[in-house]
Design a protein around this ligand. Structure first.
Ligand SMILES: [Zn+2]
Length: 356
């Protein structure tokens, strides 16, 4: 079970809207929290937000712990004469998951407007196969002019509304955007935990922008942080509700993500992760993915960076109704703390030597 404080933080971060390129509202919240824990803010021109806690050790190595701020969503493409809004997708979304969804549009001044995505009544024969560009987003406008007068313009953010719910007495949680507010939550929890702990390395914690459209923020922030080792926090798609694969079972442990489209994991780091879990008697499961994470960009930075993913799985990611297991999250946090407490210059050098 998670504590009341942890649940409150998860609720807070899942309910802020942030699509690729428009992450400022969440970035501002994360910045405030990092400052609260005494971290010095590090950012770049794309808007990723990190905090650093410098080591007292001279020329200390740098460790980066990163989630990503953005969730998949939409932006306004055009307004029809009848006042419907047509959209561009930002990130991978299956149009079927959007029919009859409640959605939220953010105007330039931050005002939030609620709306609905049109679905055909059964009387008229059902849906067929909708595509994102054909969906009618209905915010109640009666004409194009009406929408324009309300302040709607091209490029504004739309997300599916996905309230935070505690399920089954706290065993599971339901909300939008666990991909990747799990990572944002974990990064902030590390800042909180290590606020008063002396470390033999400079600790950078925070979250990147524009992961969902191709690891863009990770690419640029890596130039600022220049990590010796990076741990990437992300929420991966569970498979236990949709296929027979044993990889990605909700509630059956943290993910040892050994292979995906963007990175072949470093075996030495996977062993380190497994040993850390075993020491805490935390279950883990191997996981491969046809997708990628920010690790894909970070491990290719400069001459290559030791990079490890530290993920849990969630059902129905990239929809407004994703479900996570709280024991998985609790365990992921414990293992991450243990790894960060064990890492030092010697260990990092040994990991580097293994590749030479
Ligand atoms: Zn993600």
């Amino acid at each position: 079970m998670l504590t009341k404080r942890e649940l409150k933080l998860l609720e807070k971060v899942t309910q802020i809207d942030a699509i690729p390129g428009l992450e400022q509202e969440l970035a501002k919240f994360v910045k405030g929290e990092l400052e609260k824990y005494g971290f010095t803010i590090v950012t770049d021109n794309l808007g990723s937000v990190f905090g650093v806690k410098k080591s007292k050790v001279t020329q200390a190595p740098r460790i980066m712990v990163a989630g990503h701020l953005d969730e998949v969503g939409f932006s306004v493409r055009e307004i029809t004469d009848k006042g419907f809004i047509r959209v561009d997708a930002r990130g991978g979304i299956n149009a079927n998951t959007m029919l009859a969804s409640r959605v939220r549009l953010t105007l330039d001044d931050g005002t939030k407007l609620m709306g609905s995505v049109g679905a055909t009544a059964p009387h008229y024969g059902g849906e067929g196969n909708p595509t994102i560009d054909k969906l009618d987003f209905d915010f109640g406008f009666i004409s194009k002019e009406d929408a324009v007068n309300a302040g709607v313009r091209v490029g504004q953010m739309i997300v599916a509304d996905g309230p935070f719910e505690v399920l089954n007495g706290g065993k599971r949680l339901l909300a939008k955007a666990f991909d990747n507010r799990y990572g944002v939550f974990m990064a902030l929890e590390m800042a909180r935990y290590f606020e008063n702990v002396d470390l033999p390395y400079d600790l950078y914690v925070g979250a990147t922008v524009q992961e969902e459209v191709g690891l863009r923020g990770a690419t640029t922030i890596a130039n600022v942080i220049n990590p010796d080792l990076a741990i990437i926090l992300d929420c991966s798609p569970a498979r236990d509700n949709i296929s027979s694969s044993e990889q990605g079972q909700l509630g059956e442990g943290i993910l040892i993500r050994y292979l995906d489209r963007s990175m072949i994991a470093f075996p030495e780091l996977l062993t380190f992760q497994e040993k850390s879990a075993e020491a805490l008697k935390v279950p883990y499961q191997y996981f491969h993915s046809p997708g990628g994470t920010d690790a894909g960009a970070i491990h290719l930075h400069a001459v290559g960076v030791l990079t490890l993913t530290h993920c849990v799985c969630a059902r129905s990611i990239h929809t407004s109704a994703s479900v996570v297991d709280t024991t998985d999250i609790k365990n992921a946090k414990k293992v991450l703390i243990r790894m960060l407490r064990t890492l030092n210059r010697d260990k990092i050098n040994k990991f580097k030597e293994a590749r030479r």
